[in-house]
Structures are given as C-alpha cells and as structure tokens.
Design a protein around this ligand. Structure first.
Ligand code: ATP
Length: 231
C-alpha cells in the first residue's frame, strides 16, 4: 500500500535520502526512528507530494505520487505533529470542512460518529477547536482520516507533546485503524511508543534505512540499545 523504491532526494550537494526502499502493507504500522536530520520528514514529504524525489519512486496503492499526484492523494491522510484546524470552528465544523475538501459530504450524525470513533468525547464535538488540547486536535486529525476513508496514513511525530494517557489513547486508535485495513507510516523519536504501537520498526541514518525489524521480538530497552548502537 505504501512503497518507496530506490528513493533518493538531494538538496544541492546534500543527499537527504539515498536509495531508500520501504514497503508497508495493509494493516501494518511501520515506525520510522532516526536522529534529527536522518531523513524521516523528507521521506513522508515525498509520499505527500510536498517534495519531489531526485530519483526513484514513491507509490500509494500502486499509484505513483509523481506521475499521478491527484489519484495518489485520494488514498492518503496526513497527521503532522500539530494538526492545523480552524480555531473559530467547532470540531464537527472542521471535520465537515476538511471532508468536503476531499469530496465527501456527511450528515451531522455521521460526522459525530467519526469524531466519537476517534475518541473525541461528545461534549467537545460542538465546542470551538481553539480551546482543544493537543490530544483532542490529534483526534480530529484521525476523524478526518476516517472520513476520507484513507488507505494510507502518514504521521510525523504524532505523540510529541502528548501526555502518557493521550499518547496511549492515540496508540489504541492507530491500532484500530490499521486493523480496519489502513497502512500506517509513523516517524517518531518516541522509542517506547514505536515499540508499543508498530508491527515493524525501521531505523534511519543519513538518508538510509540501516536496520529493520519486527516490533514483537524486542523489549523497549533492547530497542533503545539497538537504536543507540545503530545511529
Ligand atoms: P527531525 O527528526 O529533526 O525531524 P528528519 O529525520 O525528519 O529530522 P529531515 O527533516 O527529513 O530529517 O531532513 C533530512 C536532511 O535534509 C537534513 O540534513 C535537513 O537539513 C535536510 N533538509 C530537509 N529539508 C530541506 C530543505 N528544504 N532544503 C535543504 N535541506 C533540507
């Protein structure tokens, strides 16, 4: 569902990505770890079509992002570290607006169902987003992905700044999304969360995937040791 083939990106003389290969299947959560500057965001930005690869290919549901950007965008949703929403609109109004941008029109009941499924308490649905916590904004981001029926979800540092409870709730929702058939790529510095939520973990260094493993075979401590030895 999410695939990078020999993906390279240079900024002038600097090679940010070097022949990167990634494959993430339906139902999988792949966590990308790596130091600042390793190339995690650049990888995600190539999938989102924000950054044009220097060579190689990125595909979503078999559709090339560079060759058919409009078609590839139909399948994807993106949740950045801080979900950008309209502060003066309510959660439900934001969801209605962003769904309409994706060509979807829903009834109020359907919109509320997406927000509830994302874990946003009902009392908040009609409140202005300006008063939402970071975790609540993330939940609206998930609801937008649900409403869009995204098959591929990209997340960049989604749990950074979330308290442990909000972070845990977020992990549960991500696992549910994956179980329903979404492929998920998540860039994070949170080794514990990566181990907790992902099926597979990749460690990036200087634009390359230098290590890749199933999350189940390692404890969080072992993963941290491996990470420190690798980077
Ligand atoms: P972080 O954990 O800090 O978010 P990252 O792993 O996401 O880091 P990237 O943001 O992808 O790393 O950056 C990879 C490399 O590419 C870095 O050396 C960065 O300075 C460089 N880079 C990223 N974007 C640009 C740009 N627009 N112009 C020039 N260099 C860039």
């Amino acid at each position: 569902m999410i695939e990078a083939r020999q993906l390279s990106k240079s900024y002038g003389d600097h090679k940010a990505l070097k022949q990167l290969d990634i494959q993430i299947n339906v139902g999988e959560i792949f966590a990308l770890l790596g130091q600042n500057g390793a190339g995690k965001t650049t990888t995600i930005n190539c999938f989102l079509g924000f950054v044009k690869p220097s060579s190689g290919e990125v595909l979503i549901n078999g559709v090339s992002v560079t060759q058919d950007p409009k078609e590839s965008k139909k399948y994807l949703a993106y949740i950045p570290e801080t979900v950008m929403l309209y502060g003066n609109l309510s959660g439900i109004e934001n969801l209605a607006f962003f769904s309409s941008l994706a060509g979807q029109t829903y009834s109020t009941e359907e919109l509320k169902a997406f927000l509830s499924k994302s874990g946003l308490q009902e009392s908040a649905h009609d409140r202005r987003v300006g008063g939402y916590s970071k975790g609540m904004r993330q939940k609206v981001g998930i609801a937008i992905a649900l409403a869009k029926k995204a098959k591929a979800l990209f997340l960049d540092e989604p749990t950074s700044g979330l308290d442990p409870k909000a972070s845990n709730e977020f992990s549960v929702i991500l696992k549910e999304l994956a179980a329903q058939g979404t492929a998920i790529l998540m860039a994070t510095h949170d080794i514990f969360r990566a181990k907790e939520v992902a099926n597979r973990i990749g460690i990036m260094k200087e634009g390359q995937l230098v290590s890749e493993m199933p999350a189940s075979g390692l404890s969080a401590n072992e993963l941290e040791q491996l990470y420190l030895q690798t980077i």
